[in-house]
Structure formats: structure tokens, C-alpha cells
Design a protein around this ligand. Structure first.
Ligand SMILES: Cc1cc2nc3c(=O)[nH]c(=O)nc-3n(C[C@H](O)[C@H](O)[C@H](O)COP(=O)(O)OP(=O)(O)OC[C@H]3O[C@@H](n4cnc5c(N)ncnc54)[C@H](O)[C@@H]3O)c2cc1C
Length: 375
């Protein structure tokens, strides 16, 4: 019998789930329908930094998810012949003024090389060595280079995976979907019934669950970044690493002619997607502190998107309490391009009732974030 699965949301979680549902050994008996309105999607606005290993976050479960997510992403890129303009293992550099803090980060990264091969080589760099890696820089602090760090173009990633899945068992409806109080999906007054529903609705998870008697902890955070044209083309074929400088916005060279600077974290703007000149100016100033000849004339565009986050900034995923046919993944915050692929894969497996090993190593209880009312 054909199993009917719905995915609401086509960002990194939804697209990765769709990809894995298309690769299942029983894919010919699975029908997948994705509903996505794309409005404000975080994945397509994201800066694209994949480098969890230098994070000092204390949430161990988050770190397990991010570390294994970065490895899975590399695997998906290899398995699907992802071109370099989508996934590029260009390396990342983090800089610090204080030598003790830099040493601490270096030691942390070295320790983590024993836990994952994806991190690659870890090297301490002087300011001049940082500039050799990123020749467009005029100023730098000393840093730590991690060769496994990568850059991901979120919008191209979702299209790449959806195109693979569409050839097998995925149909896409580019529209806003609601959940009925009986758990069915309603789009433009048309009702659809599914065996399983995967909610991959990012910052909109609270809204999509509002018809059910649940208390949901997701908040919206606005993020803006700028894209600049650069003409100081490096005289090498090597891709420049991403730079995470101390006290400034992240600095993401894309090929030899573009530079992304970002991103802002604005907790008080809800789902507003307008462009703020003040934020553009501060991101430009951040770029100017590293490269002398940057001005507003280099500005190509500003991107905005909405991240979903939770009270403890932790992600959640699994079965919605009280609704065994509805699965959810969200609250990925600022690191969702890194953690999202693994969350998407896990949700695809859970929707097919496949066993998922190590699940509890990756997540806190879902009831910390989504609770049945009166429970
Ligand atoms: C500016 C910015 C920079 C970032 N930089 C990085 C970075 O460098 N590295 C990193 O790891 N992470 C980064 N992130 C975080 C990352 O982008 C997000 O955590 C991640 O993309 C969230 O993925 P998602 O699939 O949960 O949600 P989203 O990508 O937001 O996708 C949710 C989708 O669901 C759709 N949707 C919602 N409700 C409905 C509905 N009812 N019906 C139909 N469709 C619906 C939305 O339109 C959207 O398309 C950044 C985010 C932003 C905004």
C-alpha cells in the first residue's frame, strides 16, 4: 500500500527529509507532498557557515547534532555530486586578539579532531598567515584555521535535493498550508489526508500548530546580511576560507568576486523582512574594518530571513506530543544549516517508522519545547 507523507516547509529540514524519503529502498511505495510558501525562509537567507567545532556552547546534545550534521552534510554533498557553488569545503578561520583565548580555541579544536575526521587539519596562524589565506584582507588578528570548515548556499542546496526527490516521489505545492484541528492539512479550503505529516516550518512552527491544544516555544529572530562585489581577485585558484573575526560580523568570500558579511541577530522584529539602513551600514563598517577600499558602491544586495529559536536556544525534533502521526523539527537558531541536514534525515526515518539509533544523544525531551495543554 502506498504511504502518503506530507512535509510542510521546504527549508533545509524539509528538503533533506524529502531527499531521504526519495532514497528509501521502498521509495516507489511512498508518495511525498511538500507544501512551502517560501516566505522569509531562513535557509535561503543564510550566510552559509558550517564550522561547529570551535563553538564553546555547553549544550552537549546540540554539539553532537552539529558535529554529526556537518559530517552528514559532507556525505550528502558527495552522494549527490553537489557542485562547489552549493557546498564548498573552503576551510574556516576564527581570529582572536587575546593569545590565551586563541590558545583555548586551538586546544578545543585539536581535542575535537579525535572525535570527527570532518574537522580536517587545525593550524594556528599569525596575522600575516591569515592574510595569505584570505588575500583581500588588509587587517587581521592571529587565528585558528580549520580545513574541514565549509560554506553552503542554502537556496541552491534545497533546490538540488528537491530536484533529485522530484524525479522519484516528491510533488511540491508552493502554497501556505494549515493544520486542521483533526490533524489534516488544509490549503485554499482543500483538505488533504496523509499517513504522516512532517512539520519543518522553522520560525512559523508555533503558528502552524495553533489549531491544536499545544503550548509551543518558538520565537522569531530577524537576520540580515549584505553581499558585496569585490574586485581584488586573489591570484590563486584556491577558494578563500570563511573568516569569523573577533568582534566583527562574519566574512564569507564566495568565489573571487563576491563577499557576504553578516548576519544580524534581531530578537525584537518578529517576522518583519524589511531592510534596515542602520544594519546595512553597520555590516558595511564591519567589512571596512578588514578591507580598506570597501564602500557602499560594492553593495550588490541585502538578504533578510527569519530564524526560529527556543528559550534555551536548543533545537527540538520528534513526534508532536499527543499526535503520533505528526513529526516536527525546528528551533535551529543560528546554526541550522549545520544541524538541519541531520534533523531532516532523522524525521524522514521516523516518518517511515525506521529505527533511529543515538536519537537521545542529539536532543533534549521535546516536551521542553512543545507540550499538550493541561499536561
Ligand atoms: C541571516 C541568516 C544567516 C544565517 N547564517 C547561518 C550560517 O552561517 N550557518 C548556519 O548553520 N545557519 C545559519 N543560519 C540559520 C539557518 O539558516 C536556519 O537555522 C535554518 O535554515 C532553518 O531551517 P528550517 O528548515 O528549520 O527553516 P526555514 O529555512 O525557515 O524553512 C521553513 C520553511 O517553511 C515554510 N513555511 C512555514 N510555515 C508554512 C506553512 N504553514 N505552509 C507552507 N510553508 C510554510 C517557510 O516559508 C519556509 O520556506 C542563518 C539564518 C539567517 C536568517
Amino acid at each position: 500500500m502506498t504511504k502518503k507523507i506530507a512535509i510542510i516547509g521546504g527549508g533545509i529540514i524539509g528538503s533533506t527529509a524529502a531527499y531521504y524519503l526519495s532514497q528509501d529502498s521502498d521509495a516507489e511505495n511512498i508518495e511525498v507532498t511538500m507544501f512551502d510558501d517560501g516566505n522569509g525562509q531562513a535557509t535561503k537567507a543564510a550566510a552559509g557557515i558550517i564550522s561547529p567545532w570551535l563553538s564553546k556552547r555547553r549544550n552537549k546534545k546540540w554539539y553532537n547534532l552539529a558535529q554529526d550534521g556537518a559530517t552528514l552534510l559532507k556525505q550528502i554533498a558527495m552522494d549527490t555530486n553537489m557542485p562547489e557553488d552549493i557546498y564548498n569545503q573552503c576551510g574556516t578561520i576564527i581570529t582572536r586578539d587575546n593569545p590565551d583565548k586563541l590558545q583555548e580555541l586551538y586546544d578545543l579544536a585539536l581535542k575535537r579532531t579525535s572525535q570527527t575526521e570532518t574537522i580536517g587539519d587545525v593550524i594556528k596562524l599569525t596575522p600575516n598567515e591569515v592574510k595569505e589565506y584570505i588575500p583581500i584582507l588588509d587587517h587581521s588578528l592571529p587565528g585558528v584555521y580549520v580545513s574541514g570548515g565549509a560554506r553552503l548556499d542554502g537556496a541552491k542546496y534545497t533546490n538540488h535535493l528537491k530536484n533529485i526527490a522530484k524525479k522519484i516521489n516528491l510533488s511540491i505545492i508552493n502554497d501556505y498550508a494549515k493544520l486542521n484541528d483533526d490533524g489534516n492539512i488544509l490549503v485554499n479550503d482543500k483538505s488533504y489526508q496523509f499517513d504522516k505529516i512532517i512539520l519543518a516550518t522553522g520560525a512559523w512552527t508555533k503558528k502552524v500548530l495553533e489549531s491544536l491544544p499545544l503550548t509551543v516555544d518558538t520565537r522569531a529572530q530577524k537576520g540580515q546580511l549584505i553581499e558585496l562585489a569585490i574586485n581584488q581577485v586573489a591570484n590563486s585558484d584556491q577558494n578563500m576560507p570563511v573568516l569569523m573575526p573577533e568582534g566583527e560580523s562574519d566574512f564569507i568570500p564566495v568565489g573571487k568576486s563576491r563577499l557576504i558579511i553578516g548576519a544580524s541577530h534581531e530578537d525584537d522584529k518578529g517576522f518583519d523582512l524589511s531592510i534596515d539602513d542602520d544594519i546595512t551600514d553597520s555590516l558595511l563598517n564591519s567589512a571596512k574594518s578588514l578591507v580598506n577600499n570597501i564602500s557602499v558602491d560594492n553593495l550588490i544586495r541585502v538578504k533578510t530571513g527569519t530564524r526560529g529559536y527556543t528559550n534555551d536556544y536548543g533545537p527540538f525534533f520528534g513526534v508532536v506530543p499527543g499526535y503520533k502521526n505528526i513529526l516536527v523539527g525546528g528551533g535551529l537558531g543560528s546554526s541550522g544549516l549545520t544541524t538541519g541536514p541531520l534533523v531532516g534525515k532523522i524525521l524522514a526515518n521516523l516518518s517511515l517508522n525506521h529505527n533511529v539509533s543515538n536519537l537521545e544523544e542529539y536532543r533534549k525531551p521535546i516536551v521542553n519545547y512543545i507540550k499538550l495543554n493541561n499536561n
